[in-house]
Design a protein around this ligand. Structure first.
Ligand code: GAR
Length: 188
């Protein structure tokens, strides 16, 4: 059995989709980690009977606590799904090539600090883009900068609102993120 941890900051719809995808498979979503005690993702975790923890900034950046928790749970892959904090070097070196992120745009466009969630979709509308998409990538010490594993596109109409785009993006994320996770878990 492979074990994964999903890191969240908000709604957690990707975390729930990942949990459902792996329900009858040899993968356990062992832990949901939130930096936000009010994240709706924590309600989802409760409903799905998945263990969850909330970390605070000082613990995350100044102690080894999260590394120890993940090691204790024997986590094979760390999955960021709407997690908004930069991952600290100590976590990256404890889990080399074992942390991935999903970003709601076609990186390297619309990435970097402050580019998350609806901010991305609003910028896409403002620039009158005719397409957008998702990027799944390895995590390094910068925002949205690690090697790209996968991208998928969707086209936009001139009338798509940021909310419409968020809906299209979530659809793509739900379809592809679990499959890419599965491929990585079983490819070595
Ligand atoms: C997702 O669309 C994810 O790609 C995005 O936040 C949303 C979280 O939704 N992540 C980022 O913008 C990170 N830069 P969810 O909480 O419902 O899964």
């Amino acid at each position: 059995m492979k074990k994964i941890a999903v890191f969240v900051s908000g709604s957690g719809s990707n975390a729930e989709n990942i949990a459902n995808y792996f329900q009858q498979k040899e993968v356990e979503l062992a832990l949901i980690v939130s930096n936000n005690p009010k994240a709706y993702a924590l309600e989802r975790a409760k409903k799905l009977s998945i263990k969850s923890i909330t970390i605070d900034r000082a613990e995350f950046y100044e102690t080894n606590k999260i590394v120890e928790i993940l090691q204790k749970h024997e986590i094979d892959l760390l999955i960021l799904a709407g997690f908004l904090w930069l991952v600290p070097p100590r976590l990256i070196s404890a889990f080399p090539n074992k942390i991935i992120n999903i970003h709601p745009a076609l990186l390297p466009q619309y990435g970097g600090k402050g580019m998350y969630g609806m901010h991305v979709h609003r910028a896409v509308v403002k620039n009158k883009e005719t397409e957008t998409g998702i990027t799944i990538h390895w995590v390094n010490e910068k925002y949205d900068d690690g090697a790209i594993l996968f991208q998928a596109k969707c086209s936009l109409t001139g009338t798509d609102t940021p909310e419409d785009i968020a809906h299209k993006i979530h659809k793509l994320e739900f379809e592809h993120y679990p499959k890419i996770i599965e491929t990585i878990l079983f490819s070595n």
